[in-house]
Write a protein that binds this ligand. Structure first.
Ligand SMILES: [Zn+2]
Length: 259
């Protein structure tokens, strides 16, 4: 094989199911560019957003920003050329864009109202009939300011996903799923789709110990723990329910016998 063959993009995909998330420090990243297969010069950090429709039923089909979106961070081995390509594809964003994302959150309505309220009471506090600072309105204004600041922080966390850099033709070649096993105590399950066969094969081989499969004792142990936890939580509830039912049945049965 010649040296140039190493940098020719391979078309076949490598699929790999692991118990490690893309941000897990235990994940082994072979020093091969995950995009083109050339020797990697560094790690390219990026993040993907996943929709978790777990709590949607409570919001009549409307996604809830707090719970429905989950950000997974990753680092992919990358060569200099692919890194430059990635940077060239990233959109140029102004600070106005960042402020704009905050205003997609409803809590900004509250922030604007609190700010107007605070402004009005600051005005009252500092022009209290020429008698210096009026403490009453100042306390109200300070409380309203605190609420506005809290509202901005809330809007920031809820809209975080909108400020993430979008995927590029480079980061798309190191694709991964959200955690597919969300049941408590189960081993995490991430599905990787690697578009460069050389990197994919090396990646799968290097992380063989963390393969997510039914044969893996850790996966089976997690499933067992999850079942035990469910029994511990729901078992007593079921037992109480059964006891109450039997009590009632017994009472009506004794009444029927007494008649
Ligand atoms: Zn590359």
């Amino acid at each position: 094989m010649s040296d140039t063959a190493a940098v020719v993009p391979a078309s076949s995909l490598v699929l790999c199911d692991l118990m490690l998330s893309p941000s897990d420090p235990a994940l082994v990243l072979p020093p091969i560019c995950a995009s083109c297969g050339a020797p990697a010069n560094g790690l390219l950090p990026f993040a993907n957003v996943f929709d978790r429709p777990i709590f949607k039923y409570a919001h009549a089909g409307r996604p809830n920003d707090d719970t429905a979106y989950h950000i997974v961070h990753a680092r992919m081995p990358c060569c200099d050329a692919c890194q430059r390509q990635h940077e060239a594809e990233l959109p140029r964003r102004s600070s106005l864009f960042y402020v704009g994302t905050l205003f997609t959150s409803e809590s900004m309505i509250f922030v604007v109202c609190a700010a107007i309220f605070a402004g009005y009471f600051y005005g009252r506090a500092f022009h209290g009939g020429g008698r210096g600072v009026d403490i009453g309105p100042l306390v109200i204004a300070a409380a309203a300011t605190l609420m506005a600041v809290a509202g901005v922080f809330s809007a920031k966390s809820v809209t975080k996903r909108l400020r993430l850099a979008p995927q590029t033709s480079i980061t798309r070649r190191f694709a991964f799923s959200d955690n597919l096993s969300l049941a408590p105590l189960t081993a995490p399950h991430f599905q990787y789709t690697l578009y460069n066969k050389m990197f994919g094969d090396a990646f799968a081989a290097a992380n063989r110990a963390a393969l997510w499969s039914e044969d893996n004792p850790e996966v089976r142990r997690g499933r067992r723990h999850s079942l035990t936890a469910s029994l511990l939580i729901f078992g007593p509830i079921l037992a109480i329910g059964a006891w109450v039912t039997i009590e009632k049945l017994w009472a009506s049965l004794s009444r029927w016998v007494a008649h």
